[in-house]
Ligand binder design. Structure first.
Ligand SMILES: [Mg+2]
Length: 285
């Protein structure tokens, strides 16, 4: 079997904005580095379809099996999500050896271990309860206020016209309480101060790896893409693959930054299992 030069593969990956998802070079180079390779996934819109009710979102069929199989193939498999770890555990708990990083890395659970909280964030639990109460009282009823223990999400998917009002409210609230605001797709998150985000989480998780794949669909995933870019810039032998998972709400920003595009969350399990995705699903969406 002739193995490709990883450097050559990396060049090919980088040469095209969106190379063919079934590029054999990427898979061959990854297979060579499996013992020092990590796979990192966002959850909503990546392993699960986007849903109007955040509590009714579940992984796509085959996701648990594909992740379980992957944990046996590579060194590290992690979820990096805006969701609380408790939620991720409920949805993905059947996958052994999976590391869950919730609330953009403010909390985490490695395998069956305890849930850990980032030391800088733990003091903000009562603050977030106050923000939740105020948001529920002061914002229109169409805004779904989600208390996440260490952060608060203001979802306006049910009323996109409220975006400006929600962002203004969140900005003032964050300024008054010295918190941070992070905009996502149809959501504004109010978070503790500090620079914890998907980028800093991924930066830490890839420090001892030679290869990493990151799968995401949203603006916050760009920071994880950037973490791969930074590592690749500092270490030319590092193979980082940025995968955009497309869904009805994914935007242009991510596509132009990705090496590979998968056409829907439902295709991710096959992509992982077979090394190439099935043809794109019929576009009924
Ligand atoms: Mg997402």
């Amino acid at each position: 079997m002739v193995l490709n030069d990883p450097q050559e593969s990396m060049t090919k990956v980088s040469a095209e904005a969106v190379p063919a998802p079934d590029s054999g070079d990427i898979w061959t180079a990854t297979a060579r580095r499996a013992a020092d390779c990590g796979y990192f996934f966002d959850f909503d819109g990546t392993l699960a379809p986007i849903g109007d009710d955040p509590e009714e979102v579940h992984p796509v069929p085959g996701a648990l099996e594909a992740l379980s199989e992957l944990t046996g193939r590579v060194r590290r498999v992690s979820i990096v999500s805006a969701r609380p770890v408790q939620f991720l555990r409920q949805r993905l708990g059947d996958v052994p050896q999976l590391a869950l990083f919730g609330l953009y890395g403010l909390e985490w659970q490695i395998g069956a271990g305890p849930i850990a909280t980032h030391p800088e964030a733990s003091a903000f639990e009562p603050v977030m309860r106050e923000v939740t109460q105020r948001a529920s009282a002061e914002l229109p009823g169409a805004v779904l206020v989600e208390y996440k223990r260490l952060s608060v999400a203001l979802h306006y998917r049910a009323a996109p016209d409220l975006r400006e009002q929600v962002e203004t409210w969140a900005g003032r609230c964050a300024e008054r309480l010295q918190l941070r605001v992070q905009a996502g797709r149809m959501v504004v998150e109010i978070k503790p101060p500090g620079n914890r985000d998907k980028g800093s989480v991924v930066t830490e998780l890839i420090a001892d790896l030679t290869c990493a794949w990151y799968f995401g669909d949203d603006l916050s995933d760009l920071r994880a893409f950037a973490a791969l870019d930074s590592r690749r810039a500092a270490d030319p032998a590092f193979l980082g693959v940025r995968v955009m998972v497309a869904n009805p709400e994914s935007g242009h920003h991510l596509r132009s930054s990705a090496d590979v595009c998968i056409d829907a969350p439902e295709l991710v399990p096959d992509f992982l299992a077979n090394g190439s995705p099935k043809p794109p699903a019929p576009t009924s969406r």
